[in-house]
Each structure stands twice: as structure tokens, then as C-alpha cells.
Design a protein around this ligand. Structure first.
Ligand code: C2O
Ligand code: CU
Length: 501
């Protein structure tokens, strides 16, 4: 089955995302690249097409919209080079590590074969400084995905980029596509991620001390909210993050010099929103507009119209908007944090640029959350009684900054078990005063019981003291990370694995 991309080419809203082009080559699909076909496990239907990419991690000077920093990047820009393929394509990525440190690349949201998952010590060897790795996998699932390192706190530098997988069967009823990547930023402005982590561990964080101490007027920012400011915000945002960042970005731009997205009034735009932040949940709205949510974490949902949407670290939401005439702020307000909300400007006509601190009225109402969404028929897992149930108790505290799953930090974890081809239920209980975006590799789960109407996702924001059951089909054998997508919580131990063969 060979499928050409028939949709008109789409415009990316990313600035500086050019760089390496994909070289499409025709060749036979390789069965060896499919998931192991054991028993009832499905194989991936391939297009027979291979896309070749080069990807380099390297230090670079990056202009974040008025603030120039030295940081670590994919390809020299922030966000990094967009990778793109169609579902069923074989993707080969020649990765080079020009960083002064060991690194790794994890393909977040892609249920690819285990050996390519990019977790050092679990699935894929680390890539030494100066080293290379040849990734080679078939991308099974369409959607808005992304990639980042799975090494220590490197995610909190500039190492992140979108990975878009097009659905060859989708009509694409929109005129433009804009990728919108959210981030919280400290590297080269405030303290390094390692300094922040050390402060959190030592407890100095909870006093709100430890200023950024830079010479550019940012002193005093980049400190910790701890249990007071950033940690314990208003209703619904309680315990939403541990770090107050000096900057928040959309598409690598600070709010003072935002990305400008252009279209004509009346046109329809698909937004692909990715939260690449390490420690920040955002509420997203486009001033003067409604968002029609169509997908989350790559999977289609029954379309639901909202003024704003809440997006945790690692999550993605796709929305379609019909544009009005003028200049509109697309704003991502950090939940329970006090920094200036980052924005992009949507420009379809004449109009004044809204003030940097202007927050759209759309953010006055509670945002849409995962509880408001339902899978479209066909995206839901077939109803079945789970063959096994696994508990995931999330706990921890700011006091000693230890975060655990089932009472254990990752170095002492007891992996979760599943059986190939069978259904597994994860009973997630958040026993902490902090919300956690829980992410699983290599799979998507259905929120609520299988056969129900919850959305399919790979990352779910579990509120403070909240609980949810999710079901997954164990159809991709291997050792898979299950962890909180708060980079600091994960580093402090909030990770485990799901394992089966
Ligand atoms: Cu996006 Cu294990 O991570
Ligand atoms: Cu967490």
C-alpha cells in the first residue's frame, strides 16, 4: 500500500524550522522493522516509503526574542528541526551528538519498536559526546508528537522539536497548519537545570530564595515557588509546578517579540499545540476565538468547542480555529505561576498589537480538560475486561524533594507487568499535593475503562489527590518507561517501567 501525500502542502508556523529536508525514497517496506508479530499482536501496515533525516544535537547561541542565550539545541534553533512523516513510513534518522555530554533521543508519542525508544540503560544505548546513532523505525500512529532527550535534565534546555505524523486518510479540512510549542525557560537566563535541581533537593527552594543572579535585570527571578508561590496556586492549579522560570516561550520566542502567524480572515487553521516545558502546565486560548479541539496526543476526539484548554507537560492538543479579521494574541498562561504568559500573534488584517501582558477574556473561564473529551468511534479500545490490574500510586513532597511511584524511587522500582496481547488496567492514584502528567512509552491508554468513551492518550494530567483508571493493550513488547513528565519529578525518582515480552 503506497500512499502519496495528496493534501496540499501545509505551512508551518515555526520560525527557523527549515534546515534538513526529508529525502523520500522508494523501497520495499521492511518486515523486520515491524513490531514483533507474536501471537495476536498486530503488525503495522507500511507505506513502503523511507524518509531519511539527519539530526544534530549541538550547542548554539539562540535569540529567544530579545534575549540571546547559549543553550543546547537540535539543529541550532529552538524549537529544533521539525521531523515529518506519514503513518506507515519507515524513518531513518542519522543522529549526531555534538554536545559536550552524553545524550539520547526519545520519540514521545510514537509507539515504535522498543530498541529505538531512546532510553539509555533500558532500550537504546546512550550517545556519547561526539558519537552517533542510526535510528530506524516505522511510525505507526498519525498525530502531533515530539522528541527530546531522556537523559537527566537535558529536556529543560533547548533540546525539543515536533515530530508530525500525517494521516494519509485524513481530508485535512483546513487552510494552514501552525505548530505551537510551549516551554518554560531558564538555561542561560536564570540558573541551570542542574542548579535548580540541587536547590530543590537541598530544600532551599521552599524558601523562595536563590535568585537567578544574572546581569540583565533578571535577578530575583528564576527562583523557586516551592510550597508557596509557584507550587500552590489557585483552584484547579494547586500544586502545578515547582519552579518559577524567568521566561516562558511559544515557538522559542518571549512575549515581547513573539512569533507572528499570518493567514487571511475566514481561513481555517489547525493548531498543533505541544507542551515541551519541564515544569509548567499552561492554559491556552486565542483571543476573540473559540478552539475546536480535534485530537489529543495524536488521537482523534469528538470535536469539542472551548474557549481555552489546559495542557500538561508532554501533552499535545490539536484544535481548529476559523480566523477573524485583525490581530489576536494566542496566549499560554502558566498555571499557578506568576511569570508573563508567552504568546504568538495571529495576524489576518490591520489592528493594534495587544499589550504584552494582555490576557484574553477566554482565559477567564475554566479550561477544557481531558475529562471533557471523548474518543471518536474507532479510536476507542475494544471493550474487554482487563487481564491484569496494576496500581500506580504517585506520592512525594517538596520537603525532601523525593517523588515516588508505589512508594519507590526509580532506582528501587519494581516494574509493572503485562502479558503480550492482553489488556492491562493502570489504577493511578495521586496521593500528593502536586499534579503530575503521567506518561507511558510505546503505548496509548484509554482514559476510563476500555470500551468507554474516554480519549486515547499517552500522557494524562492527574490532578492533586486525583485518581483515574486507564486501560491499554499490551501490543508492543519490551521495557517501557512510565513516568511523570515533570523533568524534576522524574529526576527525583518518579519513574517506573512496564515490562513484557
Ligand atoms: Cu516525553 Cu519518557 O518522555
Ligand atoms: Cu510529577
Amino acid at each position: 500500500m503506497t500512499t502519496q501525500m495528496t493534501r496540499r502542502s501545509v505551512l508551518s508556523g515555526l520560525i527557523g524550522a527549515g534546515g534538513l529536508a526529508a529525502l523520500a525514497a522508494c523501497g520495499g517496506g521492511s518486515t523486520a522493522l515491524r513490531r514483533p508479530a507474536a501471537g495476536a499482536l498486530p503488525t503495522i501496515s507500511t507505506t513502503g516509503r523511507t524518509r531519511f533525516y539527519g539530526l544534530t544535537a549541538r550547542a548554539a547561541r539562540v535569540d529567544l526574542g530579545g534575549t540571546v542565550v547559549s543553550t543546547w539545541t537540535y539543529g541550532g534553533g529552538v524549537p529544533g528541526t521539525v521531523l515529518r512523516a506519514s503513518a506507515g513510513d519507515r524513518v531513518r534518522v542519522a543522529f549526531h551528538n555534538e554536545l559536550p555530554a552524553e545524550t539520547s533521543v526519545h520519540w514521545h508519542g510514537l509507539a515504535i519498536r522498543n530498541a529505538m525508544d531512546g532510553v539509555p540503560g533500558v532500550t537504546t544505548p546512550p550517545v556519547a559526546a561526539g558519537g552517533s546513532f542510526a535510528f530506524d523505525f516505522v511510525v505507526p500512529d498519525p498525530g502531533t508528537h515530539w522528541f527530546h532527550p531522556h537523559t537527566a535534565l537535558q529536556l529543560d534546555r533547548g533540546l525539543y522539536a515536533p515530530f508530525i505524523v500525517d494521516d494519509p486518510h485524513e481530508s485535512g479540512a483546513y487552510d494552514h497548519e501552525w505548530i505551537v510549542v510551549l516551554d518554560d525557560w531558564t538555561d542561560g537566563v536564570g540558573r541551570s537545570p542542574e542548579q535548580i535541581f540541587a536547590a530543590l533537593k537541598s530544600g532551599s527552594a521552599s524558601t523562595g530564595g536563590a535568585a537567578a543572579g544574572t546581569s540583565d535585570g533578571m535577578g530575583g527571578m528564576g527562583g523557586m515557588g516551592g510550597g508557596s508561590m509557584a507550587g500552590m496556586g489557585g483552584a484547579g492549579g494547586a500544586g502545578s509546578g515547582d519552579v518559577a522560570y524567568p521566561l516562558y516561550l511559544i515557538n522559542g520566542r518571549a512575549p515581547t517579540d513573539p512569533d507572528v502567524l499570518r493567514a487571511r480572515a475566514g481561513q481555517r487553521v489547525r493548531l498543533r499545540i505541544i507542551n515541551a516545558a519541564a515544569d509548567t502546565i499552561f492554559d491556552v486560548a486565542l483571543g476573540g476565538h473559540r478552539l475546536r479541539i480535534t485530537h489529543t496526543d495524536g488521537y482523534p476526539v469528538r470535536s469539542t468547542t472551548t474557549r481555552s484548554v489546559r495542557i500538561g507537560m508532554g501533552e499535545r492538543y490539536d484544535a481548529v480555529v476559523t480566523l477573524g479579521d485583525g490581530v489576536f494574541p494566542l496566549v499560554a498562561r502558566p498555571v499557578a505561576k506568576s511569570g508573563v504568559a508567552p504568546r504568538a500573534l495571529v495576524r489576518t488584517g490591520a489592528g493594534a498589537v495587544p499589550a504584552v501582558t494582555a490576557v484574553p477574556a477566554e482565559l477567564d473561564m475554566p479550561p477544557l480538560t481531558v475529562a471533557d473529551l471523548h474518543a471518536v468511534a474507532g479510536a476507542a479500545l475494544a471493550a474487554r475486561t482487563p487481564n491484569s490490574t496494576q496500581n500506580l500510586v504517585l506520592a512525594g513532597s517538596m520537603a525532601n524533594y523525593v517523588w515516588t511511584i508505589n512508594g519507590r524511587t526509580y532506582d528501587h522500582t519494581v516494574p509493572l507487568a503485562a502479558q503480550a496481547g492482553q489488556s492491562t488496567r493502570l489504577r493511578i492514584r495521586n496521593m500528593s499535593m502536586m499534579s503530575h502528567p503521567l506518561h507511558i512509552h510505546g503505548h496509548t491508554f484509554q482514559i476510563g475503562p476500555a470500551g468507554g468513551t474516554g480519549p486515547r492518550k499517552d500522557t494524562i494530567l492527574v490532578p492533586s489527590m486525583g485518581a483515574t483508571d486507564v486501560d491499554l493493550l499490551a501490543d508492543n513488547p519490551g521495557k517501557w518507561m512510565v513516568h511523570c513528565h515533570n523533568a524534576y519529578h522524574a529526576e527525583a525518582g518518579m519513574m517506573t517501567r512496564l515490562e513484557y515480552s
